[in-house]
Design a protein around this ligand. Sequence first.
Ligand SMILES: *Cc1c(COP(=O)(O)O)cnc(C)c1O
Length: 382
Amino acid sequence: MEWSERCWAEVDLGALRRNYRQLRQRLSPGEKYLAVVKADAYGHGAVPVARVLQEEGADWFGVASLEEGEELRQGGITRPVLIFGYTPPQYAGRLAEEELTQGVFSTDYAAALGKAAIAGHHEVEFHLMVDTGMGRLGLRPREEGSLREAWDILTIPGLRCTGAFTHFAVADELGEEAETFTGEQLERFTAFCHRLGEAGLEPELLHCANSAATLLREESRLGMCRFGIVNYGLAPSGELAGHPAMPALEPVMSLRATVAMVKEARAGDTLSYGRLYTAPGPRTIATVAIGYADGYPRCMWQGGRVLVKGRWAPIAGRVCMDQLMVDVTGIPGVVPGDTVTLAGRDGENIITWDEIGEKSGTVSYERICGIGRRVPRVYKDE
Ligand SMILES: *Cc1c(COP(=O)(O)O)cnc(C)c1O
């Protein structure tokens, strides 16, 4: 479909390549790079992002669901793909056909998946998930009998184990408490894998590090690192944003929209739903063609700002579903058709996804994943 310049997300694949190269440099030769492209590559578009990263040399891809894995295969991704999330066991055949590697987290799940695989004369490849403190999915090594369970899972017909992994809860937090907890998670995981090894069952490929752990804790890299947010040029947390361990990454996605109308408001005029904005004097107001249905948060009328002609313009009144108003008083010559930057660079100034996350009470991750389906992604490459 052709796109129109109502609003759009610019995805800079050149920046994605440069981020990848910088991150890859941090790894030692034997360490594998898994690029996390779940949630449509954090809103950037799974297939275009994965194609670029495959070309650059990413070894594995990580997704959250069967559908996301199939989308990669249809888009020409041939490297191994690991599904972190739940796939109902009756779809074992689809996993096997597309050679997707499933995360397996319990004996019941493994038994059901193995049974479905055998029924369709398939074999499903899997990685064993170990819950060392996230409390989400996986065997819990501190439970009595967890080794026995692992043994059961690893010997179920219809399944073939090629790896094991765990996931950190606070790898992106600095401070003693968080660092101790991450250390304990790592220790539980490696001890558990060691015990599997003693039983002759050690999976080939062990991994646990997300973006934050990879950068902060070399000892957590094991056989593979799972890079998510940093591919897209963003820091895993505010604490890591200025940290010396963070490479200088380039944000990949910018969000822009077009001015539809410019008008003069008089003192006392109110704007938008709820009449929460009152003009304190004569103001020049531009109506911009983007709203919360496009993924720009409704609450951004409180402290939100955009860039017009390289200059700051505060949001005036509640963000509507499809439009918002900004105060462009003092910015000369704003006319319909002008481009507004909601995230990204315009001239000297930049609006970060961290800023938008923080001002809307969440993190950059949620904001970029939430960019609406109706916002065209416009790609440029090196
Ligand atoms: C999402 C996810 C990641 C990536 O996390 P980042 O903080 O974006 O690097 C890694 N591993 C698993 C299991 C995940 O679910």
